[in-house]
Design a protein around this ligand. Structure first.
Ligand SMILES: [Zn+2]
Ligand SMILES: [Zn+2]
Length: 103
């Protein structure tokens, strides 16, 4: 079955976000940030303008055949935002007053 990439870090502060992290947040395109940076971004994904949700935890225990982090490991490709802090703040300021469901 298709699966989330589970990217290994926050795009903005580079904090590690392992598959079991409760601090990981993703947008619908799987842009991945930590909870602290999502708050700083006013819940505006700087890449797509959408909102964020907590990233589901992938189990490390194989409760069902083949469906654990052992068999379906997280991505190891670190992603970093191409935008400067000023650009991020400007973008969030343009979008944040609109609720995610209305964007
Ligand atoms: Zn962060
Ligand atoms: Zn996004």
């Amino acid at each position: 079955m298709p699966a989330l990439e589970l990217r290994p870090n926050c795009e903005l502060c580079d904090m590690d976000l392992p598959p079991f992290s409760v601090d990981a947040r993703i947008c619908s395109f799987e842009c991945t940030f930590c909870a602290g940076c999502v708050a700083r971004l006013s819940n505006v994904c700087p890449n797509c303008g959408g909102g964020f949700a907590p990233r589901p935890i992938r189990p490390s225990t194989e409760w069902r055949p083949g469906l654990s982090t052992t068999h379906r490991p997280a991505s190891t490709t670190r992603v970093h935002t191409p935008y400067s802090q000023v650009e991020l703040d400007d973008f969030a300021d343009r979008v944040k007053a609109i609720a995610p469901q209305d964007r």
